[in-house]
Design a protein around this ligand. Structure first.
Ligand code: GTP
Ligand code: MG
Length: 173
């Protein structure tokens, strides 16, 4: 699928210039692997910039991907970002961790607004294969999400990319 960089927006209330298309935001805590996941999905090594240093993504970076926009969102919970910067951004969960308070709060906002949500557990390669299913189940329960809407991925092994693509295509209809 065609993918290309479109624009970097400093605030979430700014419109994406260009044709109106569904927008899929990759949101989650800082350093969880959002930018790496975006690259995995589009099949390009460095379309979005990933980094070991938390807080790498500082604006809402918008990419055209087939018939939708992918939006690489700055991570929440990154303390060095200024308050004003954080106020401007307004779900990815590290498979090894429990959902944070921010994850739960964000999930509640999405549910209240009926925003279709897929929970992506990142860095699945850090968990033994035999334990991934039970982690996904436990996190789905903690978030109150159906188990089918929780997917385990790894940008290292490329595991899970196809499932997310399928879910996105089904959502786009
Ligand atoms: P911010 O932009 O700071 O919010 O971070 P981000 O969520 O975009 O994370 P990013 O993709 O930059 O990745 C953060 C770190 O996690 C980097 O060191 C990546 O190499 C590492 N990482 C990302 N995905 C994976 C994965 O699937 N497995 C492992 N083991 N490491 C990963
Ligand atoms: Mg990033």
């Amino acid at each position: 699928m065609l993918s290309e960089y479109v624009v970097s927006l400093p605030r979430a209330d700014m419109p994406v210039p260009g044709p109106p298309l569904p927008e899929i935001a990759l949101a989650g805590r800082s350093n969880v692997g959002k930018s790496s996941l975006l690259n995995l999905l589009v099949g390009r090594k460095a379309l979005a910039r990933a980094s070991r240093t938390p807080g790498k993504t500082r604006a809402l970076n918008v990419y055209l991907w087939g018939r939708c926009y992918l939006v690489d969102v700055p991570g929440y919970g990154w303390s060095q970002a200024s308050k004003t910067e954080r106020a401007g951004w307004r779900r990815l969960v590290d498979a090894r961790r429990e959902p944070s308070r921010d994850d739960l709060a964000f999930g509640a906002v999405l549910a209240a607004r009926k925003v279709p949500t897929l929970v992506v557990l990142t860095k699945g390669d850090e968990i033994p294969r035999g334990r991934r299913g039970e982690r996904a189940q436990a996190i789905a329960e903690a978030l109150g999400m159906p188990a089918d809407d929780v997917l385990v991925t790894s940008a290292r092994t490329r595991e899970g990319a196809e499932e997310i693509r399928d879910a996105v295509l089904a959502f786009l209809g």
